[in-house]
Ligand binder design. Structure first.
Ligand SMILES: Nc1nc2c(c(=O)[nH]1)N[C@H]1C(S)=C(S)[C@@H](COP(=O)(O)OP(=O)(O)OC[C@H]3O[C@@H](n4cnc5c(=O)[nH]c(N)nc54)[C@H](O)[C@@H]3O)O[C@H]1N2
Ligand SMILES: Nc1nc2c(c(=O)[nH]1)N[C@H]1C(S)=C(S)[C@@H](COP(=O)(O)OP(=O)(O)OC[C@H]3O[C@@H](n4cnc5c(=O)[nH]c(N)nc54)[C@H](O)[C@@H]3O)O[C@H]1N2
Ligand code: SF4
Ligand SMILES: [Mo]
Length: 891
């Protein structure tokens, strides 16, 4: 057995993971690392399923140039040549890198160094622009540096925890579990959740403020005004440690700040708002956690600034249990900020437009060509690709055709771009489909380096598997290109440790306490020390920042820059009468390239959906499970509607995960407007006007096959990969028949069994060849055919299973499989079983766990168990999606 301590590649909680690899079977098992400060042994459902995502079936294993497999030498030369040629013809600003908070710090450092330092353009931006750039801009504007003041312990120590724009029960589950434990230990701790919809997180709240979309700006401006007249104001802190308080007060006083007026703007009951303000005033130990509901907004920087102001005027910053706390999404969002991955930063928390910083970095990198002006931010970068001003783009570790707003324009821009290079570990994504050059990157489990989590803790990611095929770490790929461009001396790294030491040395270079980020003490680590490095938080001397009231502004004081709240830049209207909110679900990670490989994770939410309040469904004549067309002025998606009482009428919610590799038309980015915060450039992903209408279907079908097959003309399909089989659900508005299907799949099967009813209302087809069953297909006019998917997977290649049973899709004599909806992914426990346990007397989650095992591994489903326990009609819970009537019989 080989045992390796590493770190989870998903969210910004940054949990430590202990991996063991069996020397003989090569089987990998994954557990939470008991010694890691972030998780102390816990893992959420995604972390627990990591071992299921290590297969090579979807991997990109060789370089490809213009559609053909190539050697590294050929591919690297092609990239270097195309880069050089473009720069020679059109100048350095005609090339760009679009990178990711999922790169390791070492990868990120070299990418940034190459383009800013040596190619001489700052046209490098990252998917963190879509994620954390608002928080970065607010921190820098108000605190003078991009420093997250607090740490995880603060959310446990707080007497009042405000969670705004974060569904952390699903998105930062291990921090959420720490909060649950803290509240169990101190029930007097109050939790306020601010979110326009009910979520798994709002289940825990003492007070849920279900505000109007995008109205946090009014809510926190009102809170600031309320605080100015309250005993919570900390005059000493304001006098000694802040600037422009008088200006802030003058601006704030100009507005109508009566509770009723603010409540009106936020569409809240004034009494609930008053309660929140009163709790905030009287609780010294208050932490405000914020995430994408704040960041992904047209006025995100102002909203985040207001949150910081509310903490500054009360002196509640950097103290145990008292701090604003922006929690980061990606595993290395923070590392990316440390190396300056955004287009307007330099490395090591330095600024591109600061002449002193420019001189320091030029000297340290020994370069004359360091970029002098900020590059293009993500949305503008892809617009420049569309306009032909950027002619070469290299995309690393992100999938912009899915994750950018107005995503169809992004796709068109890449389609027309002269040179598109993509480094990914997965072969087929919506973005790799458009690449001229594909570079195979090493994946989690194979690569080594460091990441920094939400509380500034740097952890080692350690490889435990050999590099498959030609895959190479990202830092290696970038350095090899740099060498071919003639910068061998500056990129002559032998391993990740070399890069880390250089990064650490730069953080201390000319610093002398003027910059927050300084890990210079690590610049001399030996390779063996780097190998063994334990998780450590920066600054190395203390857990929290700013407790002393010293900020990194020129005056050393926090800055109050007055904020003017404004209405949203778009409005709903007769054509697009609903607000579309987009976000995450519990068991998937982003564009599903990795979580989509786990059969277990694929069972919690099986199809893309739009969640809608029953009143809005009734208005449109929609039944739960109907296929709908969701339209905005930018595009259309086709998804099932889920009834959701927790949704505010007039708003709908769609998940971000599905894309063209997994469904016909569920890539939500094509609906979302590319309206950005004017300061940070972060898109307002949470508010787009849309319409939703029913999409009639003539037939519904289920197709199961070991390989992906061409599909008949359909208005809808969605596919999942479960234990070696693709399960595809289809619906069509044009007729199709057995002959058409058999000719479509003629390459995959030579012998057919077929049952068709006389009225053409149902059809079953089984296609076989000498290797056994290759195609299972069922179609009917009423709803998606029912199938026992676990039984089918088990029976697929068993000779003794009768063709009749196989045709049926379940063992003969069995009733319709009605397990309901999967709740506990780890132990595969469905709500029907849990409801039965509740009816038999289980009245708490521990009891349910003892009886059914649900919730006894990672605990990610605990909010859903709570909801089932509370619900009057078991099974009808609001937080997680309610199974639509028609979906109960889905395959
Ligand atoms: N399971 C899972 N976990 C993840 C990820 C994943 O893909 N899957 N991704 C990771 C990444 S990169 C990120 S950035 C984080 C994101 O983590 P979160 O920010 O928690 O995730 P989201 O679901 O995008 O949005 C959070 C909440 O904001 C709410 N919201 C929408 N509009 C508003 C508003 O106007 N005001 C307020 N106050 N709230 C609003 C939404 O209803 C939603 O519940 O998650 C990380 N963790
Ligand atoms: N509508 C809407 N859109 C959103 C959001 C939203 O809330 N609503 N949220 C935004 C946010 S916060 C984020 S962070 C983005 C995320 O969006 P993306 O970054 O586009 O999504 P991922 O699926 O994480 O893409 C990562 C890619 O990198 C590959 N990869 C994984 N590991 C490695 C590696 O080590 N090296 C290389 N080279 N490749 C690797 C994966 O296979 C995958 O293709 O989406 C944004 N888009
Ligand atoms: S909370 Fe889950 S996804 Fe996030 S780091 Fe921990 S195990 Fe990974
Ligand atoms: Mo993110």
């Amino acid at each position: 057995m080989k045992a390796v301590d590493t770190v989870c590649p998903y969210c910004g909680v940054g949990c430590g993971v202990s991996v063991t690899v069996d020397d003989d079977t090569h089987e990998v098992s994954v557990k939470g690392d008991y010694t890691h400060p972030a998780n102390a042994g816990r893992l959420c459902v995604k972390g627990s399923a990591l071992a299921e995502t290590l297969g090579l079936e979807s991997r990109l294993l060789n370089p490809r140039v213009d559609g053909l497999q190539a050697s590294w030498d050929h591919a690297l030369s092609a990239v270097a040549h195309r880069l050089q040629d473009t720069i020679a013809r059109y100048g350095p600003d005609s090339v760009a890198f679009y990178v990711s908070g999922q790169l390791l710090t070492e990868d990120y450092y070299v990418a940034n160094k190459l383009i800013k330092g040596f190619i001489g353009t700052a046209n490098i931006d990252t998917n963190s622009r879509l994620c954390m750039s608002t928080a970065v801009a607010a921190h820098k504007r108000v605190l003078g540096s991009d420093t997250v003041p607090g740490c995880y312990q603060d959310v446990e120590l707080a007497d009042l925890l405000v969670i705004t724009g974060s569904n952390m029960a699903w998105t930062h589950p291990v921090v959420y579990q720490r909060i649950v434990a803290a509240k169990q230990a101190r029930p007097q701790m109050k939790i306020v959740v601010i979110d326009p919809r009910q979520t798994a997180t709002s289940e825990l709240a003492d007070l849920h403020l279900q505000i109007a979309p995008g109205s946090d700006i009014w809510l926190f401006d009102g809170l600031l005004a309320w605080l100015l007249d309250s005993p919570a104001l900390d005059a000493g802190f304001i006098d000694n440690h802040t600037e422009n308080f008088a200006g802030l007060v003058a601006q704030c006083r100009q507005r109508e700040n009566a509770i009723d007026s603010i409540a009106d703007k936020c569409e809240l009951d004034p009494e609930l708002l008053r309660t929140f303000y009163q709790w905030f005033v009287r609780t010294a130990k208050t932490v405000t956690v914020f995430s994408q509901g704040i960041n992904q907004s047209a006025y995100g920087v102002d909203q985040a600034s207001l949150i910081l102001y509310c903490h500054l005027v009360t002196g509640r910053i950097g103290k145990p249990g008292a701090s604003p706390f922006s929690i980061t999404g990606q595993p290395n969002a923070m590392g990316g900020r440390e190396v300056g991955g955004l287009a307007n930063q330099l490395a090591a928390h330095m600024d591109i437009e600061n002449p002193l910083h420019h001189a320091l970095v030029s000297k340290f990198w020994q370069t004359q060509t360091l970029a002098t002006k900020p590059g293009l931010k993500a949305v503008d970068m892809f617009r420049a690709v569309a306009d032909g001003n950027i002619r070469f783009i290299w995309v690393m570790a992100t999938n912009p055709v899915v994750s950018m707003p107005e995503a169809d324009l992004v796709r068109a821009a890449l389609q027309n771009c002269e040179h598109v290079v993509v480094s990914d570990c997965v072969a087929d994504t919506d973005t790799t489909r458009l690449a001229h050059v594909l570079l195979p990157a090493a994946a989690w489990g194979e690569k080594s380096g460091t990441v920094t989590n939400s509380e500034r803790c740097i952890s080692r990611q350690r490889g435990f598997l050999p590099l498959p095929g030609d895959a190479q770490p990202d830092w290696w790929i970038v350095s090899e290109i740099a060498k071919r461009l003639g910068f061998a001396q500056a990129f002559n790294y032998q391993g990740a440790a070399d890069i880390f030491r250089e990064h650490a040395a730069l953080s201390a270079f000319g610093n002398n306490g003027t910059r927050d980020f300084d890990i210079g003490a690590l610049a001399q680590l030996e390779n063996s020390q780097y190998e063994e490095m334990q998780p450590l938080q920066w600054p190395l001397s203390k857990k929290r920042m700013f407790a002393d009231g010293q900020f990194f502004t020129p005056s050393g004081r926090a800055q109050f820059i007055a904020v003017e709240p404004a209405s949203l830049p778009q409005t709903i209207n007769a054509e697009y009468p609903l607000w579309l909110n987009t976000g995450r679900i519990r068991d998937q990670w982003h564009t599903m390239t990795r979580t989509g490989l786990s059969s277990k994770l694929q069972k919690h939410t099986i199809e893309p959906f739009v969640e809608m309040h029953p009143a809005d469904m009734q208005l449109r004549g929609l039944q739960a499970g109907d296929l709908t067309s969701v339209n905005s002025r930018h595009g259309q998606c086709v998804v099932r509607v889920h009834e959701q009482r927790g949704q505010t009428p007039g708003t709908v919610f769609m998940p971000i995960h599905w894309n063209d590799c997994f469904a016909s038309s569920a890539r939500v980015g094509k609906l979302v407007s590319a309206i950005c915060d004017p300061v940070s450039g972060q898109p307002a992903f949470k508010q787009t006007p849309v319409s939703v209408s029913r999409l009639p279907a003539l037939w519904y079908a289920c197709l199961i096959s070991p390989r992906r097959l061409s599909l008949p003309e359909t208005s809808y399909w969605c596919t999942r990969y479960l234990d070696g089989l693709y399960f595809t659900v289809l619906a069509g508005d044009q007729g199709t028949d057995a002959n058409t299907l058999m000719s479509l799949w003629t390459d995959s099967a030579s012998r057919w069994a077929q049952v068709e009813d006389s009225h053409n209302e149902s059809l079953r087809l089984i296609g076989r060849d000498d290797n056994g069953v290759q195609i299972w297909f069922a179609m009917q006019t009423t709803c998606v055919p029912d199938v026992d998917e676990d039984w089918l997977i088990a029976s697929w290649q068993q000779a003794e299973v009768s063709i009749r049973d196989l045709m049926l899709g379940r063992p003969s004599g069995s009733q319709t499989r009605d397990k309901g909806k999967l709740i506990c992914t780890c132990h595969q426990v469905y709500d029907v079983t849990i409801n039965a346990a509740i009816h038999e007397g289980c009245d708490n989650t521990a009891d349910i766990g003892r009886k059914t095992r649900a919730g006894t591994n990672c605990g990610s489903c605990t909010p859903e168990l709570d909801k089932l326990l509370k619900s009057e009609v078991p099974g009808q819970f609001a937080g997680p999606d309610t199974p639509p009537a028609k979906e109960e019989s889905l395959c």
